[in-house]
Design a protein around this ligand. Structure first.
Ligand SMILES: Nc1ncnc2c1ncn2[C@@H]1O[C@H](COP(=O)(O)OP(=O)(O)OP(=O)(O)O)[C@@H](O)[C@H]1O
Ligand SMILES: [Mg+2]
Length: 484
């Protein structure tokens, strides 16, 4: 299992103070926050007879031709400063930056949302089952985007007069065992027949979708399976059976699986292809610096005042983009920077003359968070991806260069594997793994028509890689790698 952290919530969720419980995402609080924003009116004033792209969901402010930096400084220079000593203002800032506070619109994910929406729309219109696999590294807005599309579908299917869509959202971290997923789906289909007839829930579902007459008045069912990595078993049987449900002649399932990219290439997709039920794949790439900045800016718009020095926000966005492109991390770092300022204001011995989060506050928060986050990411990578990183550092040191090509990296990787008697993966899988490392913000891949000619550079400090493997017996015993 690639992920070790808690499901949809960064460490800050664990440390939440009792009064910040109010930000836990509830339908009520989502409704409340939505109504303050322009995009709700966009949804409401749409012509009811038409499905539209979710492009309109993004506020007009984003369309300004100015650079993000310029826009940001304009916004900040026009707004009043906050009073960090005012507890209610401080609480509002922390809520705006809390991962559990649902943003009104999901900035920078218009295309992905549009593709998901169009896919579901086509299934509903044609009354045809189908499956989608949404993947990407942590904190790239996958769950958020799918959730938003789910809400849009509910609104729009009512507007266009479709039979309402049944929706089932399952977070796999809550399942006591992987095959429980089938009983959850069966329950949602209001399937009352006694299951003591010797058939498993999976067999009941297969049976159900093999015959025309179905309960639940034949409605289409949108099944969202989040944190699907947890269903990956040795033989991937649960996953295969789940996706196969969409291939039965009378299946009415629109299945959306959401998972991290790490297990994608080498695990279950090839088998699904051979079973003729390969899902449509939508990849969420790590957020870039500009995207992180834009999202932070959007989230801070709910506040009437200016909290961050623009340079401090930009610094956070740049560092998080280079480390992982994880929005959860960016929000955590910003909250932590606010807390650094808060602590300094509380410290009576300090002569604190600033009432805004400055570059230095952000720097302290970043050095606490990002540094260890990169090392954590490296340490939780699958072994072959770790070998690729080690081979790259070794190659750079040997050649005294800081760039190479994918072809040369593949050679260095194969040599490392050979000398440690580990079977190397094939070229295609190697290339896919490098793309995953690039998505994680660890490598940078250049553009070239031929994969092997793509330029490879490191996006992180090579000392983070050395540090991550310090004390790791396997890596310190790898011939030639011990030197890194
Ligand atoms: N485009 C965005 N606009 C506003 N907030 C965002 C955006 N993307 C991510 N976030 C914030 O980051 C948090 C994490 O996003 P999300 O849960 O969608 O990530 P994920 O890709 O599903 O990650 P994981 O693989 O870890 O489950 C969200 O709760 C939200 O607060
Ligand atoms: Mg998620």
């Amino acid at each position: 299992m690639a992920k070790t952290r808690s499901a949809n919530c960064g460490p800050e969720c664990l440390n939440r103070s009792p009064d910040s419980e109010a930000v836990v995402e509830t339908t009520e609080n989502r409704k409340r926050s939505r109504s303050q924003f322009p995009d709700e009116s966009l949804i409401k004033t749409r012509s009811p007879a038409k499905w539209r792209s979710p492009r309109g969901c993004t506020g007009k402010l984003l369309c300004s031709p100015k650079s993000p930096r310029k826009r940001l400084s304009d916004q900040f220079s026009q707004r009043p400063k906050w009073n960090p000593r005012d507890p209610s203002q401080m609480q509002a800032v922390k809520e705006a930056l809390h991962v559990a506070t649902a943003p009104t619109n999901v900035a920078c994910r218009k295309d992905e949302q549009k593709r998901i929406l169009e896919f579901c729309k086509a299934c509903i219109e044609q009354e045809k089952a189908g499956s989608l696999y949404v993947c990407g590294s942590p904190g790239t807005g996958k769950s958020l985007s799918v959730d938003k599309v789910k809400d849009l579908l509910a609104v729009r299917s009512k507007e266009v007069g479709f039979q309402s869509l049944d929706t089932l959202a399952i977070n796999c971290t809550s399942l006591t065992n992987t095959s429980k997923i089938f009983s959850k789906i069966l329950e949602k289909f209001h399937y009352c027949k006694k299951t003591s007839d010797g058939f498993s829930p999976l067999q009941h579902l297969q049976n159900l979708f093999s015959h025309k007459k179905q309960p639940s008045s034949g409605k289409m069912m949108l099944i969202i399976v989040d944190e699907m990595d947890y269903l990956i078993t040795k033989d991937c049987a649960v996953l295969h059976n789940l996706f196969m449900l969409t291939t039965f002649p009378f299946s009415r399932c629109i299945l959306i699986g959401i998972a991290n990219a790490i297990n994608l290439a080498d695990r279950f997709l090839p088998k699904l292809e051979s079973l003729n039920c390969k899902p449509v794949v939508i990849t969420f790439h790590a957020y870039s610096k500009d995207q992180i900045l834009k999202i932070l800016h959007h989230r801070l718009m709910v506040l009437q005042f200016d909290v961050f020095q623009p340079l401090a926000l930009e610094f956070c966005a740049r560092k998080v983009a280079a480390a992982s492109g994880d929005m959860r991390k960016a929000l955590g770092v910003c909250r932590s920077a606010v807390e650094v300022l808060e602590a300094q204001l509380r410290d009576a011995t300090r002569n604190q003359d600033t009432d805004i989060v400055m570059f230095d506050h952000m720097n302290i928060a970043l050095s606490k968070a990002v540094k260890s986050a990169v090392v954590d990411t490296i340490q939780s990578l699958p072994q072959h991806q770790q070998i690729i990183l080690c081979s790259l550092v070794k190659l750079f040191r040997q050649c005294k260069k800081n760039a190479t090509t994918l072809g040369d990296l593949n050679k260095a990787y194969s040599e490392t594997c050979k000398s440690s008697q580990i079977p190397a993966v094939g070229t295609l899988e190697f290339t896919n793994m490098c793309k995953v490392l690039s998505d994680q913000g660890l490598l940078k891949l250049g553009q070239s028509r031929e994969d092997k000619l793509k330029r490879v550079t490191l996006q992180i400090d090579s000392s983070d890689i050395t540090f991550a493997f310090k004390g790791n017996r396997f890596f310190s015993n790898l011939p030639g790698v011990a030197m890194i």
